[in-house]
Design a protein around this ligand. Structure first.
Ligand SMILES: Nc1ncnc2c1ncn2[C@@H]1O[C@H](COP(=O)(O)OP(=O)(O)OP(=O)(O)O)[C@@H](O)[C@H]1O
Length: 390
């Protein structure tokens, strides 16, 4: 199929993602134009799969066969399983839903060969780390790690996924078509290819396990008013294990969870927290650690793939998270849907509005094409943001 679309005139063959990638590549080569491809659609529509096909096609056109070692295109393609393990989860709509936005910039040299790449990610859904509902799951990597070979799970003091609060809030632990044990090994192999070494892999999974242990730390009321203590021996075990895995002092970790420091111009005031606030601070810590781990992995992949400082030509592929509407929508859905509306407006602007204005200007006889203009939706959200920010 790739061969058929290679160099074919746009529109000559049936519509296909390869046709879009082909025209982007040809224009870049022939006219020196950089191009970006926006892959949009609601959640589960097939954006991520389409993005992978676009990248495979670009690798087919600009790849360097016969090159020794790991090529840029191989690393870019192999970064998908790694990013999906840490940034994708089962949702109501999609068993492998991307919970972040991704912009992949593929750089080419003068001869049209791929010479570097950069991956930028946006807005990982942090709330999922601590809160999930049936029939959804948390991020895949947690289940992969719980299903790892015994020597690995023992090292991280892990047990069945059902024993962890961050996973057992949903009754969905296994997903049809996903073999967590095999995926764990596949993720490790993909990490090797993208240049994450054994020691770094250990550190990554230590942090993943630590997040699970943090989620099992519970609090009881302390003697003082509005204070709390570690609930029982079980919670203390998880606190100790989390601090071992994170290589931090156990007392400091405990203090960080049950107190809050308020910095004033004069002094730093330490206040104790009631059990409910301590739980909130536990969850905030888990979310922050996980999202920073994700950013670190992306950064690591980028360093390993490498950028071409001399590259003048590039093709960007944007895979955003799709539009979502649940029974209860949170701030995250507002951000996701606002982004989608904004991109839809960009599409409307270029495909309908500007094009038709040009027809009018040039007095071309054509029949007006109706489209749903979502400007009112954007006005509503943007004016609300303006008001909220004062
Ligand atoms: N071209 C395809 N061929 C076969 N199956 C596909 C194809 N595209 C998508 N699918 C199926 O649909 C599922 C959802 O696709 P994908 O993850 O690409 O959706 P998405 O639009 O990126 O969703 P989200 O916004 O939730 O990340 C895939 O896991 C796969 O099972």
């Amino acid at each position: 199929m790739m061969e058929q679309y290679k160099g074919a005139d746009f529109g000559e063959l049936s519509p296909h993602v390869f046709a879009i990638a082909d025209v982007a590549y040809r224009e870049m080569i022939n006219e020196g134009k950089n191009n970006s491809i926006l892959v949009s659609g609601e959640s589960g529509a097939g954006k991520t799969e389409t993005t992978k096909m676009l990248m495979r096609y670009l690798a087919h056109l600009g790849g360097r066969s016969g090159v020794e070692g790991r090529t840029v295109e191989q690393q870019v393609l192999e970064s998908n399983p790694v990013l999906e393990a840490f940034g994708n989860a089962k949702t109501v709509r999609n068993n492998n839903s991307s919970r972040f936005g991704k912009f992949v910039e593929i750089q080419f040299d003068k001869t049209g060969r791929i010479s570097g790449a950069a991956i930028r990610t946006y807005l990982l859904e942090r709330s999922r780390v601590c809160q999930i509902n049936t029939p959804e799951r948390n991020y895949h990597c947690f289940y992969f790690l719980c299903a790892a070979p015994p020597e690995d799970t023992q090292r991280y003091k892990l047990a069945d996924a059902r024993s962890f609060h961050y996973l057992n809030q949903s009754s969905c632990i296994e997903v049809e078509g996903i073999n967590d044990a095999e995926e764990y090994l596949a993720t490790r192999r993909a990490m090797d290819i993208v240049g994450i070494n054994e020691e770094e892999q250990e550190a990554i999974f230590r942090v993943v396990a630590a997040v699970l242990h943090i989620g099992n730390i519970n609090f009881a009321k302390g003697k003082e008013v509005d204070s709390s203590v570690i609930q029982d021996d079980n919670s203390r075990f998880h606190l100790n294990t989390a601090s071992e895995l994170l290589e931090c002092d156990c007392n400091n970790l405990e203090k960080a969870l049950i107190t809050r420091e308020i910095v004033t111009p004069e002094e730093i005031i330490t206040r104790t927290l009631d059990p409910e606030s301590a739980l909130a601070s536990r969850d905030a810590l888990a979310k922050t650690i996980y999202s920073r781990l994700f950013d670190w992995i992306v950064e690591k992949i980028n360093v390993s793939i490498g950028q071409d400082p001399n590259s003048k030509q590039l093709i960007g592929v944007l895979d955003i998270y799709g539009f979502e509407s649940f029974k209860i929508n949170s701030f995250e859905q507002l951000c996701i849907n606002y982004t989608n509306e904004k991109l839809q407006q960009h599409f409307n602007q270029h495909v309908f509005k500007m094009e038709q204005e040009e027809y009018t200007r040039e007095e071309i006889n054509w029949s007006y094409i109706e489209f749903v203009d979502n400007q009112d939706v954007l006005d509503l959200i943007e004016r609300w943001i303006d008001c909220a920010s004062g």
